[in-house]
Design a protein around this ligand. Sequence first.
Ligand SMILES: [Zn+2]
Length: 147
Amino acid sequence: MLGDDAPWRRGDLLGATGLAGVGLAGLALTWFGASGRADWPDQLPWASVGAAATTVALLGLVTWLVAGLRRVRRLRREVLPLVAAAASLSRNAGAAGAAAGSVLVSAPGMTRFHRPACPLAAGKPVQPVPTPEAGGAGLVPCKVCAA
Ligand SMILES: [Zn+2]
């Protein structure tokens, strides 16, 4: 169900669906317990059960999100030094950088401008962007290629 590249593991899925399932079961129990009781004082204990069940279900969803965010953060820490090293190699290779001069590039949807040889710009539909315009368009320099 979860691919190898998914940021979650089977344990994350089981924990999140378990908590969400317990929460939904609690809400169903609340529904059946409170239905047929016309007076608020009779419904109040069931409303408390419903609030607790909602909290448990939300806890399941939050644990799911936090597990994914932690794994993405860990992968980013592992990958970014490799990307920076690749950018350094391509800068040191020199040919592309010298030919490109001071031209910087960016693509629609990007928030940063890059050197043409930057691995983060590779394979994307980049267009040359003069530096003053890049700054004026709200683009910021890439931290990987130090554009
Ligand atoms: Zn870059």
